[in-house]
Design a protein. Sequence first.
Length: 450
Amino acid sequence: MTLRSHDARYWYPASSEPAVDGMTLTVEPGSFVLLTGPTGCGKSTWLRLAAGLLQGHGNGRFEGSITVGDRAVDSIQPSKRIRQLGFVSQTPHDQVVSGTVGDEVAFGLESAGLDRVSIERCIDDALALVNLPVAQSRPSTALSGGQLARLVVASAMAGSPPLLLLDEPLAQLDPEGARKLLEALRRIADSGTAVVMVEHRVHLVKDTVDRVVVMNEGCVVGEGPQHLTEVGLGISLDPIPPPSSLGEVLIRATALNHRYAGADTMALHDVDVTVAAGERVAIMGPNGSGKSTLLKALAGWINAGPIVQNGRVVDVPQDPDLALFCPTVADELAYGPIEHRASSRDTADRVNAVAEALNLAELLHRAPQSLSRGQRLRVAVGAAMSVQPDVLLLDEPTSGQDRREVARLMRALTAASDRGAVVFATHDEELAQAAATRIIRMQDGRVVSP
């Protein structure tokens, strides 16, 4: 089944500039297409249009046409959709509708009217395809971010649709999980399914896909890796030198242990962590190894054991939307300083400095929820930075960012860590090697390499 986008345009409500501006693209059956481009260039918006999710919802304006086969994609009935296309958003948490793993994969299949025997077979096949070996009865809330991302992909694939639309499905996966998912997508494409995947880390996928389509400012600017440098992609991260010396200890955690309700294994098991001023500490490990749980413990959100904090600790969660609640970006960046009774002049100076450092100056008047996920994540990080914490805890802070924005973000965090410390969870080995002063590697809730 062929996907055709012809001169597609879309304006979000109250926006005078189109987020998608003349997007023309054809994807044939059996083709595996990488759609890439700078953060905020319209990739996710177009993907949602291709899934028929924006045309008839909200007050945005759509022009042009997007068809699947011989039908306008937004005319496909919801009950028929799972058999026509699968869609995975950037925010898997928002896409989960059921309480358990099995029910989540079954939800769309039941809506399509499949019988119970077929549904059970599809569930097992879909979970195996994405390498998610957990019980169907496991609560979806007990999954790590990466496991949840695999679950959403499994749900999209379960109905064997002829078209798959995936928005950064690798963002929260460990390297082995990403490799296996890419292999599965390659097999699916080889069987005749059209696959379109949005991803910034071109080096991970360029040897697996058939086509590399590059977007900028709402439309296709070219096809092929040679167009990446035109929009600032495909670049390597320059190493950031460590500080000449470290300062006082800001966090000391001893023998941290935690088990989530209903889980049969420990999320943290006898974990010791010490963080000193000037450090940039990367936490790495497979999905479900305890990275996010460790950050929650250090932030004080869960009681996992004795933690001594020397100074102000601020954290940014994996999902930036959990940290954004103000009407404009400027208000988000100013909220923390105002709450801590900074002067009007000091607040304005902090907002302007953070906005400049994180490439947010042109977005200060915008509503955070009108931005791309990568931009929203930078706003959430910027809001935390404006408080000037002694320790900044970040869970996957570069998700949704192109390499140019990753480099900019890490430079800003390095400047901030001169007077404090930054601890960040990531699956990006290149990022950790270039930016971290130390890497903590975890496995099954334990630190296996300090």
